[in-house]
Design a protein around this ligand. Structure first.
Ligand SMILES: [Zn+2]
Length: 289
């Protein structure tokens, strides 16, 4: 059993947390049972299925992917023939980078992962009206990030959009991220649940806003003052550099652009300094001509 805690936060809503502190949500609706995110593979989902089987009110299962990062979708394949909900860019992004992420993080899989993208996609939002459950596109951490609102209890699951102490940045539109974080605050949800940080409070969301603002204003934050956050911050700045160059290289190479080759140019993006990365990318650009 790799689920180390089950926290029931309302009559129908439970937070299941694995041994690596990543959580998935189980919400027993009147007509469907929703599972938000699927952790690292089918073995993890065996534990979730066991949890579901112990609950007499389990109905047709609906999976929701908060975004397409590997630690949220690898368990999708444990649910054959099941409806998997995600933003349309979640499906696209999984096709675009799923294999690359699987290769790079293969050691972290739990069970035999078969990449399985969402099969029910939406543009702005999707409502299961009779269950009082909504899935809403909320880009920021990634372009495909979405949230799950339990309208009946006013509980919001935000995936990786809010994280303690700072979020990871994997989308270059920081203005859109800030807008999403303000929207999350505006829900005035009774409870907000994050995939990596459990139940989070308003102060943390505001701190995340301040961090994104500081990155937006000045990408040369003195990271040595961040202490243990330095590595995450450096990775964030480097991701923004890579995303900027990806656009340039993609425009230049068009049909010849190779996603895996481009993102493989830097094997340890959390170790290299942003200046060294900038130089590496300029060299790469010269090579592609
Ligand atoms: Zn994550």
């Amino acid at each position: 059993m790799t689920i180390v805690s089950v926290r029931q936060i309302s009559k129908r809503y439970s937070v299941l947390t694995f041994d690596d502190e990543i959580s998935v949500i189980v919400l027993f609706g009147d007509f469907h049972t929703f599972v938000c995110d699927t952790h690292l593979g089918p073995e993890s989902m065996e534990d979730v299925k066991k949890f579901l089987s112990e609950e007499p009110s389990t109905r047709e299962v609906i999976i929701f992917n908060s975004h397409s990062d590997w630690d949220h979708v690898w368990g999708n394949c444990a649910f054959k023939g099941v409806t998997i909900v995600g933003h349309n860019s979640c499906r696209k992004r999984l096709f675009k980078r799923g294999n690359f992420d699987l290769k790079r993080n293969y050691k972290k899989t739990r069970g035999a992962v078969i990449l399985t993208p969402p099969n029910l996609t939406f543009e702005t939002k999707l409502c299961f009206e009779d269950d009082d459950v909504e899935f809403i596109h909320a880009p920021g951490h990634t372009i495909d990030s979405s949230i799950c609102l339990d309208r009946r209890e006013n509980i919001l699951y935000v995936g990786d959009l809010v994280e303690d102490p700072i979020p990871y940045l994997d989308y270059d539109r920081l203005d859109i991220y800030l807008n999403t974080l303000e929207r999350i605050l505006a829900f005035q949800a009774k409870i907000v649940v994050s995939a990596h940080s459990g139940i989070v409070d308003t102060d943390l969301i505001k701190n995340n806003i301040r961090y994104v603002q500081s990155v937006q204003k000045c990408t040369t934050i003195d990271s040595s003052s961040l202490g243990e956050l330095e590595e995450v911050h450096r990775l964030n700045i480097n991701n923004l550099v890579m995303l900027r160059f990806e656009k340039i290289v993609r425009a230049r190479l068009q049909g010849r652009f190779d996603f895996d080759a481009f993102w493989s140019t830097v094997s340890e993006p959390d170790k290299i300094t942003p200046d060294a990365l900038e130089k590496r990318m300029k060299d790469f650009l010269e090579q592609v001509g």
